[in-house]
Design a protein around this ligand. Structure first.
Ligand code: ADP
Ligand code: MG
Length: 704
C-alpha cells in the first residue's frame, strides 16, 4: 500500500501565501501588503525590503538557490530568467541576498519577446513588476529549488507586453462597475468585486518513447499524419472510465506537486477520447487562477516526463478523435461573499440577478467577436468552426428556467414565476430522492450558464486563460457601466430597472440559444439572427482592431490602441510561424520518412511479384499487382502534394510578416498540408506495419 498523504499539511507548503506572510512579516507590513492584495490598494514600495528579506529567508530554508521573475509574454507561455541569491564574493565568501528592489522590479533582456512593433516604436527595454496578489512559489525541479515571483511585463513606457497586465487592468475595471451595481441595490458593505475563475484543463498522455519517434509531436505538439485505428472513441468507454494504474500514478504526483504549490487541484477523470484526461481546480480570483493554470500546464508536462510519458496540451493532437479545450468557469464574487451570478431559488424576483444577467447577455452579444478572438489560437482552429465542440458561433445557453423568466419579461413585461427543478425519482426504494437542478445541461453551447457561473467553453487547451478573462471582465464592465449610468439617475428606480432589464433582454436575446449547437440548422438560424460565425484564427484577429474594440478597451484603460494593434500583429505572426513549422515538419517527414518507406515497400512487392512469377508462372498475381499499382499511384499523389506544399510554404515565407502573410498561410499552406496528409494516411493502411517509420494512432492513444 502506498504511504498516506497528509494533504492539509502538504497544501501550500511551497507557496509564500497568507499563512507564511502572517507568520513571517511584521504586523504593520503584513497589514499594508494585505490591503493591496485584498482591496487593491496601491502597493507601498517602502515595505518591499522587508517582504523581500522574509521571502528570501523562507525560500532558502526550503532549499532555494535562485529566484526568478516569472512572467507571461505574448508567446502564450511563461518566461523566466534565474538569478542566484549570492552576493559578490568578499574574501572568497558569499552571502545570500535579495533586496526589495530585486523583488519589485526586474529588467530581463526582453528584446526577443514578441511586442508587435511596440518596442520598435518606443523602447527596447522591458520591465517585470511584482504582482503581490499572486503568491510567489518554490519550484522544485532538476535545476534545484527556485523562488518564482509572479510579475507583469511592460515596456519602458508602460505598454503591456504580457497577458497579466491587461487582466489586472480589466479586474480593476469590472470591480469599479460591479460595485456601482451592488450599491444600486443597497449593498453598502462590499468593498471589492473580483471575477472568480475555475478553468477545467483537458490533456492527452502518450508514451514518451513513442512520442520521440514522431517528429510531428516533437516539433508541433500534434500529429500531422496518422490513419485512424480500427477503434476510435465511438464506444465512449473512456469517458469517466476507470483510471489505469500508470495514469493514476501520474495523477497522484500531479496533485501532490500542485497542492504543494497551493494550487487547489480538485477533480480528475478520463475524458471522451482514448488517452485524454481532465483536471479541474477549485475556482480562485481570475489573476491567481490564470497563474495557477500556467502552473498546472507546466506541472502536467514535467510530471509526465517523470513517468515516461509526454503530456500533449495541443487542442487537436489527433485527427478523428476529440480535441482538448479549457472550460473557463467565470462569475463575480464580492468580498462580502455575494456571488452576483447566483439566481437564488426564485430568479424572477431577484432583480439584481436579472440585471446582471441582462448585462452579461448584452456584453456577449455586442462583443461576440472579441470573445471569439480571445479563444483563437492556432490549434483551436481545428475545434472551433471545424464541426467539433464547441461551435465557432457565440451563443448563450441559459437553461429552461431562466429562458422562461426572460420570455415572461419580454413577452408580458412581467415575470411572475420561476420553474422549479422538482424531485428526481429513481424508482428504487433504498435510493434517496434527489433535488433536481432547475436546468439540465447543454454540452454544445460555447457560453453556458451553469447554476451560478458562466462556462466559456471555447478556450483552447494550450492557451492562457488571460485573454478570455480580460475580455469577459471588460465587456461586462462596459455593460454594467451603461446600466449604472441610467439607473443612478432614475427618479423611479424600480420602474427604470424593470424597463432597462426588459429593453436589454429584448435587444439582445438573439444571442440566447438552448438547442444543439452542432447542427447545420443552428448555423443557418444564427446567420438569420445576424450572429457572427468566425471560422478561423486569421479571421478572428481583426476584431482586436475595430473602432468598437478600441473604444471599449481605451474607455476602461485595459488596452490602448497601440497595444491592441501590437497584439493583433503578434497573433498574426504567431499564426504564420506555427503553420510554417507544421508545414516544414510535414515536408521533412514526407521526404525523409514516408516516401523512402513506400519505396521499400513497393520494391518488396515488386520482388515478390517477380519471385512468384518465376517460381510458379501460372499463379494468379493480380492481387499483388493491384496493390503495387495502388501504392504507386498513392506515392505519386504524395510526391505531387509534397511539391505543392513546398512551393506554397516557400511562397508564404517570402511575404513580410503580418496579416497578409497569415492569410496566405491559412488559405494556401493549410489546404496543401491536408492534401499531403490524405495519400500518406491511406498508404499507412496499406504498407506493412514493420516498415512504417513511426508509431500509429493505435499505438499512441491505446497503448499508454
Ligand atoms: P461542471 O459544472 O462543469 O461539471 P464543477 O461544478 O465541478 O463542474 O465546476 C467546474 C469548475 O467551475 C471548477 O473549477 C469549479 O471550481 C468552478 N466553479 C464552481 N463554481 C464557480 C463559480 N461560482 N465561479 C467560477 N467558477 C466556479
Ligand atoms: Mg464544466
Amino acid at each position: 500500500m502506498s504511504e498516506a498523504m497528509n494533504v492539509s499539511e502538504i497544501f501550500g507548503q511551497n507557496a509564500f501565501n497568507d499563512v507564511v506572510m502572517r507568520e513571517r512579516l511584521p504586523k504593520s507590513v503584513y497589514k499594508k501588503l494585505k490591503e493591496t492584495i485584498k482591496n487593491g490598494a496601491e502597493l507601498d514600495p517602502s515595505i518591499a525590503d522587508v517582504v523581500a528579506h522574509a521571502m528570501k529567508e523562507w525560500a532558502i530554508e526550503h532549499g532555494a538557490t535562485h529566484y526568478t521573475h516569472w512572467f507571461q509574454p505574448l508567446t502564450g507561455m511563461t518566461a523566466e530568467k534565474h538569478d542566484s541569491f549570492i552576493s559578490a564574493p568578499k574574501n572568497g565568501r558569499v552571502i545570500m541576498e535579495f533586496s526589495g528592489k530585486e523583488l519589485i522590479k526586474g529588467e530581463p533582456d526582453a528584446s526577443s519577446f514578441p511586442s508587435g512593433g511596440l518596442r520598435a516604436t518606443f523602447e527596447a527595454r522591458g520591465y517585470t513588476a511584482w504582482d503581490c496578489t499572486s503568491p510567489a512559489f518554490l519550484r522544485e525541479s532538476a535545476i534545484g529549488v527556485t523562488l518564482c515571483i509572479p510579475t507583469a511585463f511592460c515596456s519602458y513606457s508602460g505598454e503591456a507586453l504580457d497577458k497579466k497586465t491587461p487582466l489586472l487592468r480589466s479586474m480593476q475595471a469590472v470591480n469599479e462597475q460591479a460595485l456601482r451595481i451592488l450599491r444600486l441595490f443597497g449593498n453598502t458593505t462590499a468593498k471589492r468585486v473580483a471575477p472568480s475563475v475555475g478553468p477545467e484543463q483537458e490533456y492527452f498522455l502518450v508514451d514518451k518513447e513513442k512520442y520521440l519517434k514522431r517528429k510531428d509531436l516533437i516539433y508541433t505538439g500534434r500529429t500531422l499524419f496518422g490513419a485512424m485505428p480500427p477503434k476510435g472513441q465511438e464506444m465512449d468507454d473512456h469517458y469517466f472510465g476507470v483510471i489505469r494504474e500508470r495514469i493514476g500514478a501520474f495523477m497522484k504526483d500531479v496533485n501532490l506537486e500542485l497542492w504543494k504549490l497551493g494550487v487547489p487541484a480538485k477533480t480528475q477523470h478520463n475524458e471522451v477520447a482514448p488517452g485524454q484526461h481532465e483536471l479541474a481546480p477549485i475556482y480562485e480570483e481570475a489573476n491567481v487562477a490564470t497563474d495557477h493554470n500556467q502552473i498546472v500546464m507546466e506541472t502536467l508536462k514535467r510530471v509526465a516526463a517523470h513517468h515516461g510519458m509526454a503530456c500533449l496540451l495541443h487542442e487537436k493532437p489527433f485527427a478523428g478523435v476529440n480535441g482538448s479545450g479549457k472550460h473557463n468557469n467565470w462569475s463575480l464574487t464580492a468580498d462580502d461573499g455575494t456571488n452576483m451570478l447566483n439566481p437564488g431559488d426564485t430568479p424572477h424576483e431577484n432583480m439584481q440577478f436579472l440585471l446582471v444577467l441582462a448585462c452579461i447577455i448584452k456584453a456577449v452579444d455586442v462583443h461576440a467577436d472579441l470573445l471569439r478572438e480571445s479563444a483563437a489560437d492556432v490549434g483551436n482552429d481545428h475545434r472551433l468552426g471545424a464541426n467539433e465542440a464547441p461551435p465557432a458561433i457565440i451563443s448563450i445557453f441559459l437553461g429552461e428556467q431562466l429562458e422562461d423568466v426572460i420570455e415572461q419579461l419580454c413577452d408580458t413585461g412581467e415575470a411572475t414565476h420561476s420553474k422549479c427543478g422538482g424531485t428526481l425519482k429513481t424508482g428504487v426504494d433504498i435510493l434517496p430522492d434527489l433535488d433536481k437542478d432547475a436546468t439540465d445541461r447543454n454540452r454544445t453551447s460555447p457560453f453556458a450558464f451553469t447554476g451560478n457561473k458562466f462556462e466559456f467553453r471555447m478556450v483552447g487547451s494550450s492557451d492562457s486563460i488571460g485573454s478570455p478573462n480580460t475580455v469577459l471582465n471588460t465587456i461586462v464592465a462596459e455593460a454594467f457601466k451603461e446600466a449604472a449610468d441610467v439607473l443612478e439617475k432614475a427618479d423611479n428606480f424600480d420602474l427604470a430597472l424593470h424597463d432597462l432589464i426588459k429593453k436589454t433582454l429584448s435587444e439582445h436575446r438573439r444571442v440566447i440559444f438552448n438547442g444543439n449547437g452542432y447542427t447545420q440548422e443552428w448555423v443557418e438560424e444564427a446567420e438569420r439572427r445576424g450572429l457572427p460565425n468566425i471560422k478561423s484564427m486569421v479571421e478572428a484577429i481583426p476584431a482586436l482592431k475595430t473602432e468598437k474594440a478600441v473604444k471599449l478597451f481605451e474607455e476602461f484603460k485595459v488596452f490602448t490602441r497601440a497595444e491592441l494593434e501590437s497584439r493583433a500583429e503578434v497573433e498574426f505572426e504567431n499564426y504564420s510561424k506555427a503553420i510554417n513549422i507544421e508545414a516544414r515538419t510535414m515536408i521533412d517527414m514526407a521526404s525523409k520518412q514516408f516516401i523512402p518507406c513506400v519505396f521499400h515497400y513497393t520494391t518488396r512487392l515488386a520482388n515478390s511479384i517477380r519471385s512468384v512469377r518465376e517460381a510458379c508462372p501460372e499463379a494468379d498475381i493480380s492481387v499483388q499487382k493491384e496493390l503495387l499499382l495502388e501504392t504507386s499511384d498513392l506515392l505519386s499523389e504524395t510526391k505531387v502534394a509534397l511539391s505543392t506544399l513546398i512551393d506554397a510554404t516557400d511562397r508564404c515565407a517570402a511575404i513580410g510578416a503580418g496579416e497578409e502573410q497569415a492569410l496566405a498561410y491559412h488559405s494556401q499552406v493549410v489546404p496543401a498540408m491536408a492534401a499531403l496528409r490524405a495519400p500518406v494516411d491511406r498508404l499507412e493502411m496499406i504498407v506493412d506495419k514493420d516498415l512504417w517509420p513511426m508509431p500509429s494512432y493505435g499505438d499512441l492513444i491505446f497503448e499508454v
